[in-house]
Design a protein around this ligand. Structure first.
Ligand code: P71
Length: 469
């Protein structure tokens, strides 16, 4: 006989808590047969980016632009001021960024990479180094296209999926010192700090680390810019784990964190709960002036940056909603719920679980595969085949090739990301996902890898095609 069923809260010895919203509108999902999925996968070249969304059951490709907006955001969409210049919604957005992130001057962009483009072109002199706490694909590419040389300065533990640290996104100051000793401070364009760190598994950066990095920057006359894409999620980990922050609100922690920065760029498609949008904001007027001028070349006028007025309004409202403590607790709580199930069943993954996703450790799923047989890509394909769940490769395919030698970059981490959109799926969806991951793990021994048969030049993971070995 089974035990009395227990709620999740009871299993953890506490009262349950739930999402601080209810569902007003639903979007039906399609469920498919394994044969349909096998066909769809082959057509997609075993690349989940190339699947049609109608062939996907639970879409965990990304948390980017996939969130559900609130009724308030949708109401805001109706108040779009679609003036070419000086839209009311721009001023509302500017006010929200000043209030929650604390930066003076705002340039809106169509999404994160538009902002990365502007700041990389404006703040890097070709040949300069750009140290960062691990790379992000688009961030590094824009830095390289502006002539920068990316250098990884994240703590070593970040590259070890089994190391359980509280702040595995931190910058290693000894690595910064070593870089300055080698190239000199003048050869450093700025420090590119991401919080949380996407490619490290959504791992956070501590306030103590940011303070130390700021002091280091002041000593060496180097600027510090934040990739604020998931900085609200980062604030949650500080509140939970860092001494002195338990009684501070997420909004207070975010503002303090940003106070150590010279500026930030944002893909608002994540934390800020919108389907499209981004920005770059700084305190330095000449740098702002340069980006405000460049944005008219690449995105649109500086009061819309490639967005409709209604998109800016949704972003302004989403920015405020994103820092509500109850929201962020339930958002990260859902990711953890999935993580706890998988952990309990001994599924190999990046630990501890970070903010936006579960990162399965494909190397430990498939020890029989070499990295050149694309274990993480293979795992994403197997998951889709099993249940119609769409995950994303974050391993050797994502890492691309070395700009000088042309060889594959070979990251230590070979991960398959189950990314949880905000306010979209239920706990029952998470149960279905967990069971599918377990089924794929149980069937791991028979799996052979993939061969890449088509490789595009830029950000190859988006459009590469594979065939089974
Ligand atoms: C994610 C994305 C979206 C994405 C981008 C590239 C490849 C696959 C998926 C986008 C980020 C991000 C960070 C930390 C900047 C961007 C670019 N992430 N910084 O994780 O995570 O923003 O997509 O709005 O242009 O699925 P953008």
């Amino acid at each position: 006989m089974t035990d009395t069923p227990r709620t999740f809260g009871q299993q953890l010895g506490r009262r349950s808590w739930a999402e601080p919203w209810k569902i007003k509108m639903v979007e039906p999902l399609t469920m498919s047969e394994r044969g349909d999925r096998a066909r769809a996968l082959e057509e997609a070249g075993y690349n989940t980016f190339l699947l049609r969304s109608r062939d996907v059951y639970i879409d965990l490709l990304t948390d980017s632009g996939t969130s559900a907006m609130s009724d308030r955001q949708w109401a805001g969409m109706m108040r779009g001021d679609e003036a070419y210049a000086g839209s009311e919604n721009f001023y509302h957005l500017e006010e929200a960024i000043r209030k929650y992130y604390g930066f003076k001057y705002l340039v809106p962009t169509h999404q994160g990479r538009g902002a990365e483009h502007l700041i990389s072109r404006s703040a890097i002199t070709p040949g300069q180094y750009v140290p960062g706490n691990m790379y992000f694909t688009t961030t590094r590419l824009h830095q390289e296209m502006a002539g920068g040389i990316f250098t990884d300065v994240i703590v070593d533990e970040a590259h070890d999926p089994q190391h359980r640290g509280d702040f595995k996104g931190n910058i290693d100051l000894a690595k910064l010192d070593a870089l300055v000793a080698k190239v000199g401070a003048a050869a450093i364009a700025y420090i590119s700090l991401a919080a949380t760190v996407n490619m490290a598994g959504g791992q956070p950066v501590s306030m103590a680390n940011v303070k130390a990095v700021r002091a280091w920057c002041d000593r060496h006359g180097v600027r510090l810019f934040l990739d604020a894409t998931r900085a609200v999620e980062n604030a949650f980990f500080i509140q939970e784990r860092e001494p002195g922050y338990a009684d501070r609100s997420i909004a207070q922690i975010l503002l303090e964190f940003c106070s150590f920065m010279d500026g930030a760029w944002m893909s608002a498609k994540k934390d800020s709960l919108v389907n499209i949008g981004g920005w770059v904001a700084v305190n330095d007027f000449p740098l702002f002036e340069e980006m405000r001028n460049l944005v008219v070349v690449f995105e649109g006028l500086h009061t819309y940056g490639g967005l409709a007025g209604r998109d800016m309004e949704a972003m302004a409202i989403g920015t405020a909603e994103s820092v509500e403590d109850a929201h962020i607790r339930s958002r990260i709580g859902q990711v953890r719920y999935l993580g706890m199930l998988l952990e309990e069943w001994g599924i190999p993954m990046m630990e501890p679980v970070g903010g936006h996703a579960i990162f399965l450790d494909a190397r430990r799923f498939y020890p029989q595969l070499t990295q050149d047989q694309f274990p993480a890509q293979t795992l994403a394909a197997e998951l889709y085949l099993d249940s119609g769940i769409r995950a994303m490769e974050r391993g050797i395919v994502s890492a691309g090739r070395n700009a000088t030698t042309g060889d594959h970059n070979r990251p230590k981490l070979e991960l398959t990301r189950l990314t949880i959109p905000r306010r979209v799926y239920t706990q029952a969806h998470m149960d279905v996902v967990a069971e599918s991951v377990k089924a794929v793990y149980d069937a791991r021994a028979a799996v052979r890898g993939l061969r890449m048969e088509y490789e595009p030049r830029y950000l190859r993971f988006f459009q590469a095609r594979f065939v089974p070995l």
